[in-house]
Design a protein around this ligand. Structure first.
Ligand SMILES: NC(=O)c1ccc[n+]([C@@H]2O[C@H](COP(=O)([O-])OP(=O)(O)OC[C@H]3O[C@@H](n4cnc5c(N)ncnc54)[C@H](OP(=O)(O)O)[C@@H]3O)[C@@H](O)[C@H]2O)c1
Length: 168
């Protein structure tokens, strides 16, 4: 039997599907940042180069795995510099990113739009902040169809909801 590894996309998504504008987030929701930190701490976090640049650096306590077509060093932080739990790896495809991930830790796809689309067929779970707005934007999350995704948990807040889905 083929055992599929758990692979979770984590994203904040507006009502109209927007996730980004001009290389940044269209909103500032501190509770969303706090949840992102809490959920991804200690995990592998795979992201596209543009998202990495928008974050501005490796995230503490996580293995940041950045997908880019540009050649570069495989690893640009070392445990001696920043602690064993913080690493920054550069890879040239999603397959390489998945192979580089530490199998003992959970693995998240942290965006952006291009990475979510590429990982979509492999995703087993979605950890979504549903943002109750419809901002202008240039980057979108794929449609979360109820035919494919079953909601398993929902926590409402003022202006947004945390929602988990698993592949049906
Ligand atoms: N709301 C949210 O939760 C959320 C989360 C994350 C990001 N975002 C937003 O999303 C936007 C960025 O998303 P994006 O779609 O423009 O970019 P992205 O997915 O972050 O990064 C795209 C880049 O990743 C690299 N890449 C992707 N697939 C590759 C492959 N198969 N092989 C080699 N390289 C590959 C390429 O880098 P190179 O050009 O270096 O080759 C490509 O230009 C920003 O606005 C950001 O703020 C929102």
């Amino acid at each position: 039997m083929l055992v599929r590894m758990q692979l979770t996309a984590i994203a904040a998504v507006a009502r109209n599907g927007v996730i980004g504008v001009a290389g940044a987030l269209p909103w500032h929701i501190p509770e969303d940042f706090a949840r992102f930190k809490q959920v991804t701490m200690g995990s592998n976090l795979i992201m596209g180069r543009k998202t990495f640049e928008s974050i501005g650096g490796a995230l503490k306590g996580r293995i940041s795995i950045v997908v880019t077509s540009r050649p570069g060093p495989a690893e640009t932080l070392t445990p001696a510099e920043c602690g064993a739990e913080t690493r920054l790896l550069w890879v040239s495809s999603l397959d390489e990113a998945l192979a580089a991930a530490d199998p003992a830790k959970p693995t998240f796809i942290g965006g952006g739009g291009q990475l979510y689309r590429e990982a979509w067929p492999l995703l087993t779970d979605l950890d979504i902040t549903q943002v109750d707005r419809s901002p202008a934007g240039d980057t979108y999350f794929p449609e979360i169809s109820p035919d494919t995704w079953r909601e398993t948990w929902r926590e409402p807040h003022d202006g947004f909801c945390f929602v988990n889905y698993t592949r049906a």
